[in-house]
Design a protein around this ligand. Structure first.
Ligand SMILES: [Zn+2]
Length: 187
């Protein structure tokens, strides 16, 4: 990805500014650490390039914008309740803005009722492989990027975003992780 990180490209509407209590956050935090250890979330400014989420009954819980995945605290997780694509605002519960790719996660969950976890990371190895990839490069955090993803999404467990990174999916977080590891072996 050639574009430098400049923050989120939407407005965050805080419905409640409080720390989340969902028990599965601990599990997501575990995968955030593993992600960093394997180099899928390279350092960028104060945070890391990568975002992970799981579905909840109200929406989904995702890593906060510009968070350091190696070192997450409870307020680095944000629950996205709703996304308004037209006015580009996102309703959340949490203390921080959600990941810059929240619109992307939102649209994938909407189109894939079979999945409950989405991991986005960066891997040169996978980018140079033959996995299905979006045709056009689009800037991070845009609806245009999400639309490119939806074009090729189908029922796949892993796809590439051109010149950028990968997205993996699963019914569970474990499965989203396995999708990456299996792809690394297959490539
Ligand atoms: Zn990225």
């Amino acid at each position: 990805m050639n574009e430098t990180y400049q923050g989120v490209k939407f407005e965050t509407l805080f419905i409640k500014k409080e720390i989340l209590k969902n028990k599965r956050i601990e599990k997501l935090n575990y995968w955030c650490k593993r992600f960093s250890e394997l180099g899928f979330a390279p350092k960028i400014g104060d945070g890391s390039a990568g975002n992970l989420s799981f579905r909840t009954s109200n929406g989904f819980i995702i890593t906060a914008s510009n968070s350091d995945l190696r070192n997450m605290t409870n307020d680095d997780f944000v629950e996205v309740l709703d996304v308004n694509l037209k006015s580009k605002n996102i309703k959340v519960i949490g203390k921080k803005s959600p990941s810059s790719e929240s619109m992307l996660h939102f649209l994938v969950y909407k189109n894939r009722t079979d999945i409950n976890a989405i991991f986005h990371g960066h891997s040169k190895e996978l980018l140079n492989s033959n996995f299905i990839s979006t045709k056009k490069e689009k800037p991070y955090g845009t609806i245009e990027l999400a639309e490119e993803v939806l074009k090729i999404l189908g029922k796949k467990n892993l796809i590439l975003m051109k010149n950028h990174g990968f997205l993996s999916f699963g019914k569970t977080m474990n499965e989203a992780w396995s999708s990456i590891i299996l792809s690394m072996k297959k490539k």
